[in-house]
Design a protein around this ligand. Structure first.
Ligand code: FES
Length: 167
């Protein structure tokens, strides 16, 4: 009987510890995921109203990192800028167009650097230094007020596509 009680107590403790670990992971995830987002039906909706200038936000969409950057006011405007209100954004797939490594953003230099072979991109995703052959790719998106819906082709995306600017 006491063995059974010990087993039950042990199982309860293990379950409780498991819950604690999940809670810790959830708390950590929240700090990695600064912009509120909702995933449903293959679409990810990101609320960009709290985005800070020159701070890179990374969202996962269909297994790929998506970079959302409120471009610094000092940065030269680019035809690929996505204008929401008075702000200009870069939305790109965060994979280097050379061989697919994930570039890191250096806010002080307002550029991305790829550690694999030294490629660089500016804050609009344009190539600054080869070997990347093309700019960072713009994923399908739609603007809905201060929200960005990843996976849906809105008029802004269709225009960039028609102009040959998505990648
Ligand atoms: S994969 Fe980025 S420079 Fe080669």
């Amino acid at each position: 009987m006491s063995d059974r009680r010990q087993f039950i107590t042990g199982a309860g403790l293990a379950a409780f510890s498991g819950l604690g670990a999940i809670g810790a992971l959830y708390a950590a995830k929240r700090t990695w995921d600064p912009l509120p987002s909702v995933k449903a039906g293959g679409f990810t909706t990101i609320d960009i109203s709290q985005a800070q200038e020159n701070v890179l936000n990374t969202e996962m969409w269909r297994g790929k990192p998506i970079f959302v950057l409120k471009r610094p006011k000092s940065a030269k405007p680019n035809d690929r800028d996505i204008v929401v209100g008075k702000d200009r954004y870069m939305i790109v797939v965060g994979l280097c167009t050379h061989l697919g490594c994930i570039p890191a953003y250096y806010p002080d230099e307002t550029k991305f650097k790829c550690a694999c072979h030294g490629g660089e991109f500016d804050s609009a995703g344009m190539v600054l230094k080869s070997p990347p052959p093309t700019p960072l790719l713009i994923p399908p998106f739609k603007i809905d007020g201060t929200k960005m819906v990843l996976g849906e082709e809105g008029p802004e995306y269709k225009k960039l596509k028609a102009d040959g600017l998505i990648g």
